[in-house]
Structures are given as structure tokens and as C-alpha cells.
Design a protein. Sequence first.
Length: 274
Amino acid sequence: MGGEDGQPAAAKSAAASASAAAAASEKAPASPETPGDFLDLAEKAMAAQHGWTFAVRGQEGLTLQGQQPSNASYTATVRLTSDPEALQSHGVIISSKGQRKPEEVFVVGGTGYVKEGDAGAWKQGALTDPVIANKVEDPVAVIQTFRTYLKQGGVTLTEADSHGKVRLQVRVASPRKVPEVQDRAYVKSAVREMEPVLDQLRGAGVAVDKSQVTLSRLTETLTLDARTGKVEAHAFRFAFLIPNGGQNITYTQDVSEENRGVFGGSIALPPGVS
């Protein structure tokens, strides 16, 4: 039976249903598919809370073939807030001989503050200062870091695993001389971390030519909740081979950061620090 306009009622009903479905589709957010989609989702998820807490663990080692390696480990609790943007880290550095040295890091008003040891003096500087940058572990800022990586390509995205997590990753899988890869965005921070080590070796009488140093491996991984985009973890691992008299000195670093939940407090510099 036709309607008043002569159009069959069934056809009108089907057209209305299709129109409603199309409107709902336009309103519903699309499921993330690309690395960029997931970074957008992560940015919204992390900004939705006042702050977050992360547990940080790190290890670095310097090994000369045939000799006892020189290792150090690091553990810290990092808290971050978004309004205002600030970071606070309380940790401890443990030497290969078991000596423990406390370390405090703050980022407030775009300036970094670092103190090592109970009686140490505070150092402060811009986040672009390598001395400060090497001390700041900010898993939320890594979202923007991976956006930079996307511009150069090479970011891979895994399917959601059985725990509902996806991983964005960049890597250097085969050994390359530093000059061949140092312009890649995801290699620059590893080279920055290595620079103080090269200075220490030069101070010890080792003739170091950075152009001959090899990046033997590098992997950086950002783990997200596939549904919400929440940053679950971040890991950064690399190794360099530094030539020395026909042998290699190996420098390695392995840092992991895991989300420990929402932080509702505030962050302020200690008294006397400004």
C-alpha cells in the first residue's frame, strides 16, 4: 500500500532507516586504525585526567671485552600533571658496587631542575639542555615524540593482543654507523645519552671518534590501551659499540616506564628552589 505521496511504505521505512544509520555513523567516532589515530586517542585519554603516576626502571652498562662490566641501575616514581604542566621524580641510582645515590627531578614552568645526592646542589636549565633532558623521563610527552617519528616513517603498529593492548614501535634492527642514522628522530635521544659516556672515556684517555661508533640496536615501544588509548608503558633500549684498540667498548641502556594510575595531587618546587 502506498503512502499519501504515492511512495510505498516499505520503501519509505527503509530510506528512513538508512538515513538514521548514516547520521549515527557520522556522529560515532571512527575506530582507530593508524598509528596517528592511536596517538590522537592517547593524547585525549591522558589529558582527561589531572595527573598520572609512573614507575620507572633503568639500567645502563659499559663493558670492555674481557673485563668486568661497569653497570648502574635506576628506579624512580614519576608523577605528572597536565594543568599546570609539571613533573616530579624521586628515584635512586645504584652503582655496580651497590652504592646508592638519591636523585630528584622537577619540571615546572618549562624548566628542569635536577639534584643528585642528599647534599647535592640543584642544577636547572631548559629541557633542550642535554644535561637536563637526559634526566627527565616523561611517558606522556612520548606521545608527541612519536608524532615526530611518524613524519620520518618507520613506526609500526601491532594488532591488539589478548590483554587489549597495542604497541607503536620504532627500531634499528641491524648495526649502523652513527653518522648513517643520527639524523633519524628516534636515534637522536640515544646519541644524546651516549655523549656523556664518550666524554668520560676521553677523560680516561680513550681516543674516541664518534663517526666510528656503531649503533648495534635500538628499539622504542609505546604501549597503549587499544580501547581508551591510555598510555600503559614505554620502553627504550639501545646499544652502541665504541672502537678501542681493535676491540669494542659496549654501552647499553634499557629504560622502562609503567603506568601506575591516576595522580590527583599537585607538584611544586621544594623550598629554596626557584
